[in-house]
Ligand binder design. Structure first.
Ligand code: UT7
Length: 314
């Protein structure tokens, strides 16, 4: 076996959309500040849909797009930092909804880098022979963590989910999921906090911004090197969708000129662990990436944790 590959993607966003003007009616902000500082135009906010609802919808779409049934899945991994229930975990609840029988099912919380961590653990499990076919989901209800009177955070985040169907690659071909580069800066952990029983998110925005724009490009480059690919050969770059200025700064440092760069933050805001699979799934659905294209995924944020890998587009 030569590893694993993503065979299909799916995503789901709740129908309610909040525009910048909607938020300007709630707090002292305006469309121009939000667009120029962060790049966001609108975000989706869950009303009645639970975190499990969002994750299940995305997973169902990935299964349908991959032509697989729940019975064929033996591993479910959910990356999230907004699970309210401790037991059953989100992965088990999604598996129960989908009718997946006896899967390994666990949640991962590395906040905004969660999807790349989850994808790496699924790849490792498949390589080790502990699983054959996995659903890897990033899902968040960031709105549960928002103080709607705090303009520094309530304009930034959104809700949604994205999912990848990951399978063992048995054709002896090139691995579809490259080696992960992951790590963290725990001494800066308090730069993004979501704590307590009724948690409210707060962040030292400028400190995280500086870290992201100065420290991450070399790590993203390392993920390319470990996959044996020059960044100039990338066809796609799907970083965590936190801020358009961060996305463009990293893309520029990597020297990406021809690659399609995900900019879903504009329409979805920052959806933490959901942002990468959500943005990736939309690019594939719109036909902006083609099967086999090398795409760099790179997550970063709370922790401060980061993780990235080059994958082949389904
Ligand atoms: O995904 C998790 C990881 N997190 C990140 O990657 C976030 C990284 N950081 C950022 O994206 C940016 O730092 C933010 C978008 C969070 C903030 O942008 P900024 O350019 O760093 O703004 P700032 O926090 O330095 O605030 C500048 C000014 C302040 O006013 P004064 O003190 O200069 O008068 C804020 O009070 O902007 C004010 N401000 C706002 N004004 C209008 C803060 N929020 C708003 C707002 N509308 N919504």
């Amino acid at each position: 076996m030569s590893g694993s590959r993503i065979v299909a993607l799916g995503h789901y966003q709740p129908p309610k959309v909040l525009t910048n003007d909607d938020l300007a009616a709630l707090v002292d902000t305006d469309d121009e500040w939000i667009r120029t500082r962060v790049g966001i135009r609108s975000r989706h906010i869950a009303e009645d849909e639970s975190l499990v609802d969002l994750a299940t919808e995305a997973a169902q779409k990935a299964l349908a797009n991959g032509g697989r049934t729940p019975a064929e899945i033996d591993l479910v991994v959910v990356a999230t930092c907004t699970a309210i229930e401790r037991s059953p975990n989100t992965a088990a609840a999604v598996a129960a909804r989908l009718g997946i029988r006896s899967p390994a099912a666990y949640d991962i919380n590395t906040v905004c880098s969660g999807f790349s961590y989850a994808l790496a653990t699924a790849d490792h499990a498949i390589r080790a022979g502990s699983a054959r076919r996995a659903l890897v989901i990033g899902a968040e209800r960031m709105s549960d963590t928002l103080d709607w009177t705090d303009r520094s955070t309530c304009v930034i985040f959104g809700d949604g989910a994205g999912a990848a169907l990951v399978e063992a690659q048995e054709d002896g071909g090139e691995a579809g999921i490259g080696p992960v580069v992951w790590g963290s800066v725990p001494e800066k952990g308090d730069a993004v906090v979501i704590t307590g029983w009724d948690p409210v998110i707060s962040q030292q925005g400028q400190s995280v911004f500086r870290w992201a724009t100065t420290q991450l490009a070399p790590l993203a480059r390392e993920a390319c090197e470990r996959a044996g690919i020059d960044p100039a050969e990338l066809k796609g770059f799907v970083p965590h969708q936190a801020n358009l200025r961060i996305i463009d700064a990293i893309a520029n440092k990597l020297g990406l000129t021809d690659a399609v760069v995900a900019r879903d933050v504009v329409d979805s805001g920052n959806t933490s662990a959901a942002s990468i699979p959500l943005a990736f799934s939309k690019l594939v659905e719109r036909g902006e990436l083609s099967p086999g294209d090398p795409v760099l995924l790179f997550g970063f944020g709370g922790g401060l944790a980061y993780a990235g890998q080059v994958v082949r587009c389904p």
